[in-house]
Design a protein around this ligand. Sequence first.
Ligand code: NAP
Ligand code: MG
Length: 514
Amino acid sequence: MVISVHQWFKTMPTLAEKKTARPAPRTAARPRPELIFGDFWEFDPAPETADPKIKPRYDLFIGGRMVAPTSGRYFDSINPANEQKLTELALGNATDVDLACQAASRAFEKWGKLPGKERGKYIYRIARLLQDRAREFAVAETRDNGKPIRETRDFDVPMAAAHFFYHAGWADKLDYVAPGRRLAPLGVVGQVIPWNFPLLMLSWKIAPALAAGNCVVIKPATNTPLTAVKLAEIFQDADLPPGVVNIVTGSGSTGGALMAHPATVKIAFTGSTEVGKVIMRSVADTDKKMTMELGGKAANIVFDDAPIDQAVEGIVNGIFFNQGQVCCAGSRLLVHEPVAEKVVSKLKNRLRVLRVGDPLDKNTDVGAIVSRDQLDTVKGYLDSGVQEGAEMWQPSCRLPAKGFYLPPTIFTGVTQSHRIAREEIFGPVLSIITFRTVDEAIEKANNTAYGLSAGVWTDKGSRILKMSTELKAGVVWANTFNKFDPTSPFGGYKESGFGREGGRQGLLDYAKLV
Ligand code: NAP
Ligand code: MG
């Protein structure tokens, strides 16, 4: 039977119908926190005992259903905090990617023509359902990734919901993205994401793609696929039409097959610069639209007139948030010589009281590194720093016997030629370099192949303006660090990639102007 787009949408239950069909999610004794967009920092925090409802095995999400991988093979996801197996996930291959792309292409015929207002309703539903299950997702993410529950509870999950809310709002306002022009969807979008913010990166990728009218095939990272397949449950609950989002778990080669698949007219990659280059080479002779969100080596610059105590908090947040596994981490501290000694001394005192350990403990500041491989890589950088002549310092702290932990680490006496000053370590390691003049700070900050972010700490507005003009970085934070908002475009210069995610600019990367 052939039905029109309009009829097809009418067959979907309305949100009100869905709500009456579902049991009430919360009791009167524990009312549902009303999360209105903009209020996401204030929502009711989750108790850490919330059951993450992890199934023993997860299949691929293709065409709206969970389907077994054609190879019949699965891989384990482990909890880096205790090295125990959490669950197993389907190892998708090129055939599965092809099936997912076919499902997305079929879905696009209708989804791409739906009025934006109707698309927006689905995206709002996803946002609300994620908010309803925020506690469960926060615990699941912490167990799969090792990041502190305080972060997943207060940052990752509410920010992910905020991205869906924000983009739901855009769906019927695309005419205002580029005044005078109309935005048309591209088609099937292939997306590959890393392990450092698994759910948040999913939402950064999926929400704008859907708002602009595209259909999605996405490949999560091998280390952290759990919240992606759990999000599939939410897509089903939201009655998202089959095939609009498809999730293919697997390995790097699964991602390679997705990026190169002829159906993906746009590819969006977040990950290392190294893999980004491999992907760009593999699609060089196609006309796929691309966005690349790659690595970083940000300078966090502290001047002598800065509010030192706040700056020290900003330095700690800049490099030890998410164990330093952050693309825009302030991994190079550039500190003005007159205050260098004072800043380093206060920093050491602060690090002495950071709690390293069980990520499910709400008092934990620094959780587990995502995998043994990543821990070994970071330790390799510690060796290289020492061998090249920098001085390493760590607070004394007792680490759990099992799991992948590293104390927060700082290096002083670092020169620009040291590997720890040039390469992205992606761990809780800070390289400290001093400077004497504003020009020297700018020169040193820009002396990197990357250009994702930077931080400036100073009392002078004029200096902030000068620095933000001259620093080659996609985002420059002033007297703060690691602040994010869905309305604000995020992306890099130089080897940190191209294209923007978030804000009006992010939508332009998921559409064509007609
Ligand atoms: P990665 O090794 O580059 O992997 C990223 C993703 O690419 C994973 O899903 C990975 O799959 C997949 N992949 C690996 N080889 C591939 C290939 N040949 N073709 C297609 N996909 C492939 O990066 P990561 O170690 O997961 O994440 C850390 C990096 O991400 C850092 O460099 C960080 O700076 C960057 N990052 C950037 C941003 C940003 O917005 N700029 C945000 C977050 C992270 P497997 O997991 O299965 O190997
Ligand atoms: Mg894991």
